[in-house]
Design a protein around this ligand. Structure first.
Ligand code: ADP
Length: 424
């Protein structure tokens, strides 16, 4: 199912790598090709501009190489003739004549003629002594500096080949690296997807059971219209029980769905946790007598923190509800609260059945229940602790479960006091 995404991601990462490679190598190539000609261009400019007939004493006829041995100076007349062409080697003559004919005053150009590449610069000859005493009395108009740059161009071509070769060989490495990165990036996505799938499947399953109960009991009641409410009280009771179970389940699912979508914002206020614990414990007092379980509250006063009162209330209800659910008659539940360094610590401890050590790591997973039928009998749906963990996480706190089977369970919560508390 993720193969297409994997392929697309691999392609995308490869393209990014390729783009980086191309930008990087073309920057290097561009820089080298510009810097390559810097020296020779400067020398050409200097020689062309400083050439003066008088100082050279008609030298171009005798020695064609001045300063830089690779630079030729051509003297061009108004009608485009080259005065000193005869001074160059025969095989150069044709090319030089063509270069001279085409050169225009201005920027330095690179020109290719036959097997050579030339760098060419044409400058006007601005000195007074312009007359070259030849048979035709040649008047100099422009000086053209020419340099053969075959070696530089050869080097650049070589560099280009290296880059192209590197690209071809690097492509395989780029694709392999991209595939590896894409595969790694897919791991959390796949895990999240699987988790979501499992969650949807579990939720549908959990919703189906109460619905089946409601449906079958209602159908059975319809078969006996003559029965009185009293006679059908068991079925009515089941329908009510199952529908309130469904309501609870839907509310929990909604909370978790919102938490997944990061849609729930905490309503932060200053909360007195000591008071909140007392309040929630009072709600559970009637169960003390009903279930014959002792509820002890040992909380220091004034445990203030910045948090969402509603959510913290929900957290305490979940923990106390579980403690009552999984503690048999004659047991004891202790709620304790104390101030830590920068945190507020509280715990709910019971003397119930406890949790098997191998199940402790899964206790906060959605729909995890040690004993499904027992939890179901007690009205459990396996989402309470997931919601509890989410609430604690949202408060940047920590919740842990401790248990020795048979010796009860303890849930410890630590929540940072938050900013408002420090400011006040
Ligand atoms: P449930 O609705 O089933 O109680 P929870 O998410 O609240 O779902 O708890 C998950 C499971 O953790 C329970 O089914 C139970 O097996 C175990 N559990 C939670 N609290 C306790 C406790 N105080 N003592 C023993 N087991 C507990």
């Amino acid at each position: 199912m993720f193969q297409r995404t994997l392929r697309k991601l691999t392609l995308l990462i490869s393209l990014v790598f390729l783009l980086i490679f191309i930008v990087f190598t073309s920057t290097i190539y561009g820089y080298i090709s510009v810097r390559q000609f810097d020296k020779i261009d400067d020398a050409m400019r200097m020689q062309a501009q400083s050439f003066r007939l008088v100082s050279e004493r008609n030298a171009p006829f005798r020695g064609r190489r001045v300063f830089d041995p690779r630079i030729f100076l051509l003297l061009r007349s108004e009608d485009g003739r080259i005065a000193n062409l005869a001074a160059f080697r025969n095989e150069d003559n044709a090319n030089l004549a063509e270069i001279a004919a085409q050169s225009q005053i201005g920027e330095i150009e690179t020109k290719e003629y036959e097997t050579h590449v030339y760098r060419v610069l044409c400058v006007p000859y601005l000195h007074e002594e312009k007359l070259l005493r030849t048979e035709e009395n040649f008047v100099i108009k422009d000086v053209i500096a020419v340099s053969i740059v075959d070696t530089e161009i050869g080097l650049l071509n070589y560099l280009l080949w290296i880059i192209a070769g590197g690209l071809v060989m690097g492509m395989a490495a780029i694709i392999a690296a991209s595939y590896y990165l894409a595969k790694r990036a897919m791991i959390p996505i796949e895990a999240a997807w699987e988790k979501q799938q499992r969650f949807v499947a579990d939720a549908s399953h959990e919703l189906r059971s109460p619905l089946t109960g409601i449906h079958s009991n209602a159908e059975l009641m319809l078969r006996h219209p003559e029965n009185t409410v009293e006679q059908e009280s068991n079925r009515i009771h089941t329908i009510i029980k199952e529908s309130s179970r469904m309501t609870k389940l839907i509310a929990s699912l909604l909370t978790l769905a919102r938490s997944d979508a990061n849609k729930t914002e905490l309503q932060l206020t200053q909360v007195d946790l000591s008071e909140l614990i007392e309040l929630v414990s009072e709600h559970f007092r009637p169960l003390e007598e009903l279930e014959q379980i002792q509820l002890l509250v040992d909380v220091v006063p004034d445990l203030k923190l910045v948090g969402d009162k509603e959510r913290l209330h929900q957290l305490l209800v979940i923990l106390l509800d579980n403690a009552f659910k999984y503690t048999p008659k004659g047991g004891r539940i202790t709620v304790a609260g104390a101030k830590g360094d920068k945190n507020i610590l509280f715990s709910v401890q019971d003397t119930g059945c406890g949790i098997q050590p191998e199940n402790l790591p899964h206790i906060f997973d959605r729909f995890f229940r040690e004993d499904k039928s027992r939890s179901r009998d007690k009205g459990g749906i396996g989402l309470g602790l997931s919601i509890a963990k989410w609430i604690v996480d949202m408060h940047a706190g920590k919740i842990t479960a401790h248990s020795e089977p048979g010796n009860g369970a303890t849930f410890k919560v630590s929540i940072p006091v938050g900013k408002l508390q420090k400011e006040s």
